[in-house]
Design a protein around this ligand. Structure first.
Ligand SMILES: NC(=O)C1=CN([C@@H]2O[C@H](COP(=O)(O)OP(=O)(O)OC[C@H]3O[C@@H](n4cnc5c(N)ncnc54)[C@H](O)[C@@H]3O)[C@@H](O)[C@H]2O)C=CC1
Ligand SMILES: O=C(O)CCC(=O)C(=O)O
Length: 469
């Protein structure tokens, strides 16, 4: 689909002055040392960002789902975009209705942007995943349609790692059960099968941003850390990489999963893997619900193979707060809820004020950069391409963005179209079958842009063309 309607130009190429909050206090903010210095103190010549036309920023329609943090909403509203923000996700048919109209959609982990949904998104140019995971988006299809996808690759990693540390202690001390008992009026003071975590072995599956952060925290609590990863990662502290999943399962008192949702990680922990775990060990899953075979976990808990588990993620998750977690959603839900020493949390690994605020700023800024200037730095499905901003000193310039099939001869054809003008700067890169070209051309009048657009439109390689001027 290559529609004229998705060719959005926009009024501003402004730089964003929001600061990224990585504070430990709810109110403090982190300022880059440079942000307190005026540009003149740095000896730079100040050039005003150029106001782009013909479209107003108010023409950009944005739909934010799943309670995106205020920091993200503020950045997008600050640009003058039309922002509609909903607290929960939407059922697929309602999503399709809404997505038809918007240029930008912001989601978290719940909203599935499948090919069926994206096919209807005739105006969509970019998706913001206000989270780490992007498994909920059909990235390949989006790229084929020229729709960029951004995420926040590590702003909530620390929050997940801290939750897991908490869960390790809560499981080792059966704290969830003791608390539930006392909430219902029963005093039950026990020490049998309650343990310190000092000296125990934590096995981390997936030693990426979260797994490695957790490794450091766990060692600080006196645990021994081993990890298994398909990639050979540098061990932090005294942690040791083990060669196989089986070696990790054999050697760990606590096993925790931090892998992405992939075909290879589906049911990565099932009946055979529970057999390989130590009797009386614990399993924690704060990655994706598809990674653990839950009926196998229920069996392993009932037959005493595992002494407890903590789950933050599920194959099917409710759409919003207040929805029920029952067998209507997952056939085994009631069995799971009835088990002893099982912590069930509603996908809150990344849900802290710090993480959500940082994600809002990071993804909000990425969306503004993409809409206003076409820069794809940080995109997960398109090549990462950047050009310095146009300024007021360059009044008759236009930026051409040409997303196209990665086939031979395209540059020659595009440059033929642009050849009546001076190409001041140009960059291009490809990722798989899709390539992204940006060019700033000078001495171009608004009337001439239509002509350039029309000529690019008909090139067979075209996926999507945008003009910013
Ligand atoms: N519960 C929650 O709220 C949150 C959950 N997550 C989930 O956690 C996952 C991990 O996050 P990050 O650490 O940031 O990801 P990451 O990409 O930094 O690390 C993932 C690691 O898993 C490894 N891996 C991939 N396939 C594997 C396999 N088959 N066997 C062993 N290792 C494998 C990779 O090599 C990589 O080192 C995310 O993909 C997301 O699904 C992320 C944030 C919050
Ligand atoms: O906070 C969310 O909704 C999703 C967290 C998560 O799973 C992620 O960041 O991948």
């Amino acid at each position: 689909m290559a529609t004229q309607a998705r060719d959005i130009a926009n009024r501003s190429l402004m730089t964003n002055s929001n600061v990224l909050s990585v504070s430990t206090s709810p109110t403090a903010a982190f300022h880059s040392p440079l942000s307190s210095l005026g540009a003149s103190q740095l000896g730079r010549v100040v050039t005003q960002p150029k106001q782009l036309k013909p479209f107003d920023t108010q023409d950009i329609k944005i739909l934010l789902l799943e309670n995106v943090n205020q920091s993200g909403k503020d950045i997008l509203k600050g640009q003058g975009y039309q922002v509609e923000a909903l607290k929960s996700s939407l059922p697929e048919d309602e999503l399709i209705e809404k997505i038809r109209d918007v240029h930008v959609i912001g989601i978290r982990s719940k909203t599935r942007l499948t090919e069926r949904v994206l096919r209807e998104a005739k105006h969509l140019i970019v998706v913001g995943c206000f989270c780490i995971g992007t498994n909920q988006v059909d990235l390949e299809y989006a790229a084929k349609e020229g729709i960029a996808v951004f995420n926040s690759p590590f702003a909530n990693s620390r929050s997940v790692a801290e939750l897991v540390i908490g869960e390790i202690i809560v499981l080792a001390r059966q704290l969830g059960d003791r608390s539930n008992e006392l909430h219902s009026g029963t005093w039950n003071k026990v020490s049998a099968k309650c343990w310190e975590i000092r000296g125990k072995t934590l096995g981390i599956i997936g030693y990426g941003h979260i797994g490695s952060q957790l490794s450091v925290l766990a060692e600080a609590m006196g645990m021994t850390v081993i990890y298994y990863d398909v990639v050979n990662h540098m061990a932090l502290g005294s942690a040791k990489q083990v060669p196989t999943l089986e070696a990790l399962l054999n050697g760990s008192d606590f096993v925790t999963l931090h892998v992405p949702e992939l075909p290879e990680t589906k049911n990565m922990i099932g009946a055979p893997q529970f057999e390989q775990m130590k009797t009386g060990s614990y399993l924690i899953n704060a990655s994706r619900g598809t990674v653990v075979d839950i009926p196998a976990l229920i069996n392993a808990s009932r037959n005493g193979k595992i002494a407890g588990a903590a789950l933050d993620v599920y194959p099917n998750e409710p759409g919003g707060n207040g929805d029920y977690f029952t067998s209507n959603l997952n056939a085994w839900a009631e069995d799971l809820r009835s088990l002893k020493n099982i912590i069930l949390s509603p996908h809150i690994g990344g849900s802290t004020e710090e993480a959500q605020r940082s994600i809002g700023v990071e993804v909000g800024n990425a969306l503004v950069r993409y809409v206003n200037s076409g820069v794809t730095l940080g995109a997960v499905n398109l090549p990462e391409v950047s050009l310095r901003s146009l300024t007021l000193d360059e009044p008759n310039h236009a930026r051409v963005i040409y997303i196209h099939h990665n086939v031979p001869g395209v540059l020659k054809q595009v440059n033929k179209v642009l050849s009546d003008h001076n190409v001041d700067k140009q960059t291009t890169d490809s990722k798989g079958d899709v390539a992204y070209l940006m060019a700033d051309i000078s001495d171009v009048q608004p009337g001439e842009i239509k002509d350039i657009a029309d000529r690019l439109e008909v090139l067979p390689s075209r996926i999507l063309t945008r003009f910013l001027y």
